[in-house]
Design a protein around this ligand. Structure first.
Ligand SMILES: Nc1ncnc2c1ncn2[C@@H]1O[C@H](COP(=O)(O)OP(=O)(O)OP(=O)(O)O)[C@@H](O)[C@H]1O
Length: 522
């Protein structure tokens, strides 16, 4: 193990151990974060990254080991203790109150009485100083996810933190927003602060970080300046030294399945043209409760045996479109044909897909629960859940484990596994690899392709355009509520998403496939 270059060490962790019951989440982990640095904390799903940072932020108490803050031994007793010492944390799942404004959220947990004008002025001041665009009077529930993230960051910065822990901050951001956040991190660190960045995006980590620490099964297995390492070495360390066979890691491409060549799967794609549509929308529109048109006259046919990919910037109507396809939202106008049961993986698994305080087998039983009648065969669900854990490599103590105790990535694998197993005809997925390490991402991509090859109609939205292009047989952009077919390449998709140009508007009464072949600039 190498050590990062010496400098003013702001945070030092040595021999940190934490167990949850029989699970040893941290097993003597160590980490040194220097002032003025971005420090990437990496590791496979369940490696202990979040647990280690929860110790730093005062949410958990280490059972062994020493934490030093600015050179002095210290134990954070609570998040407010950590904040008082200058340590902030933005969690994987935001902790904002959706019905409150940005200013109210930022003021929450602060001291003294609440003065709306002063709170708004404080947000303006902190946001301007940090160069983060944010409207203090906007209601959080109306903000796209990128702005919610900025709100979380401003909330921490308003408490004058010098160390900011960001747990997978780019996982749901569109590429431009993610790039902006990485630039901001760099500038924040250059001003003498420090960032601990938990991420599964190795390319981001190597591009922005000064130092890298890799955890494996609760232990620190690599600690190095970023410039002295590369993706393959980091990936090897993440797997505990096992040989990395995932080609993309070795070639430097981010999405691990860049290696999965389309020739393997081309047959299914060709046959798809001859198949009847499983999901069909004709001139579908969705108007929200505020009277805003979220989806405008979308026409789309998804056939058995194909994957349709969708790219969009946040707030373009993609979530509404996907919910219409998944049968979770009724169109305001237009017609829709969908099967009785459509598998659905929403991007916010905490809010929309899981009962966190229920055991895993009860969460498995949620799929199709609305259509089930009579006595529930709980033992059957236990057995099925045990098999699912095995098949999708969900790391958990068993089917009876409480869902909240799984790492974020393992929760995602559970939801994906549940929906993939249950869906027969169609599957709609948002951000399939959110929070997954590169091995799990690869496995999920393979599972989606296998579902397609087995004759399912699959729709995938991802904020990662590489993922959309690699997975999909046909690609669409959503721009301001309008669905536009795009060429199957990243740049064209990015342009179409942003400008609405460069593609073919798939409007009312047109055949989506006719559009594909006649007009696509692929
Ligand atoms: N509250 C808890 N109760 C029991 N076990 C827990 C709890 N929180 C975490 N664990 C376990 O501790 C281990 C480490 O989890 P942690 O969330 O720190 O991993 P991670 O590296 O952040 O993973 P991911 O990349 O999937 O988010 C996992 O085995 C997880 O199941």
């Amino acid at each position: 193990m190498t050590t990062p270059p010496s400098g003013a060490v702001l945070l030092s962790l040595d021999g940190i151990t934490h167990t949850f019951g029989r699970v040893r989440a941290l097993d003597g982990a160590s980490l040194q974060v220097r002032a003025g640095s971005v420090h990437a904390l990496l590791g496979e799903n369940g490696a202990g990254k979040t647990t280690l940072m929860r110790v730093v932020f005062g949410l958990l108490r280490a059972q062994q080991g020493v934490m030093q803050w600015r050179g002095a031994p210290m134990t954070m007793r609570s998040p407010s203790d950590a904040l008082a010492h200058g340590i902030g944390m933005v969690h994987q799942h935001f902790t904002l109150v959706p019905t409150m404004t940005v200013a109210e959220n930022v003021a929450l947990g602060g001291h003294g009485g609440f003065d709306p004008k002063r709170a708004a002025a404080r947000v303006r001041e902190v946001a301007a100083r940090a160069g983060l665009a944010l409207d203090p009077d906007a209601r959080v529930q109306d903000l796209p996810v990128g702005a919610q993230q900025r709100c979380e960051i401003v909330k921490a910065l308003a408490r004058d933190v010098t160390l900011l822990i960001l747990d997978e901050p780019t996982a749901v951001l569109a590429p431009a927003e993610a790039a902006e956040l990485l630039r901001w991190m760099r500038a924040y660190a250059d001003a003498g602060n420090a960032v601990v960045l938990i991420t599964h995006k190795l390319r981001d980590a190597l591009a922005v970080a000064d130092d890298i620490t890799v955890l494996h099964r609760g232990r620190t297995v690599l600690s190095t300046p970023a410039r002295d390492t590369d993706q393959a070495r980091v990936a090897n360390a993440m797997l505990g030294g096992a040989t990395v066979r995932t080609a993309s890691v070795l070639t430097g491409s981010e999405a691990p399945d860049a290696m999965s060549n389309r020739a393997d799967t081309g047959a299914a794609t060709e046959n798809a043209d001859a198949m009847p549509p499983v999901l069909a929308l004709n001139a579908v529109a969705v108007r929200d409760a505020n009277g805003v048109d979220r989806v405008r006259s979308a026409t789309l046919q998804v056939r058995a045996g194909e994957i349709v990919g969708i790219g969009a910037v946040e707030g373009a109507g993609q979530h509404e479109l996907l919910r219409v396809l998944a049968g979770r939202l009724s169109p305001t106008s237009g017609t829709r044909v969908i099967p009785k049961s459509v598998g659905f993986v929403p991007e916010d698994r905490h809010r929309d897909a899981l009962l966190l305080d229920a055991p895993l087998f009860e969460n498995t039983a949620l799929q199709g629960a609305g259509a089930r009648r009579g006595v529930i065969d709980w033992n059957g669900f236990r057995t099925r859940t045990t098999a699912l854990l095995q098949r999708f490599d969900v790391r958990a103590s068993g089917a009876d484990a409480v869902t909240r105790t799984l790492s974020g990535g393992n929760q995602q694998k559970l939801v994906l596994g549940r929906e993939l197993e249950a869906a027969r005809e169609a599957l709609v997925v948002e951000n399939p690899s959110r929070g997954l390490d590169f091995v799990a991402t690869d496995a999920v991509h393979q599972a989606l392709r296998a579902a397609r090859d087995a004759g399912m109609a699959v729709v995938v939205y991802s904020s990662d355009l590489d993922e959309v292009v690699q997975l999909a047989d046909r690609v669409f952009a959503m721009h301001n509520g309008t669905l536009i077919e795009s060429a199957r390449n990243r740049d064209a998709l990015g342009r179409t998403m942003l400008s609405g140009a460069d593609g073919i508007t798939v409007g009312a009464g047109t055949d989506a496939n006719a559009g594909t072949h006649a007009g696509s600039n692929a």
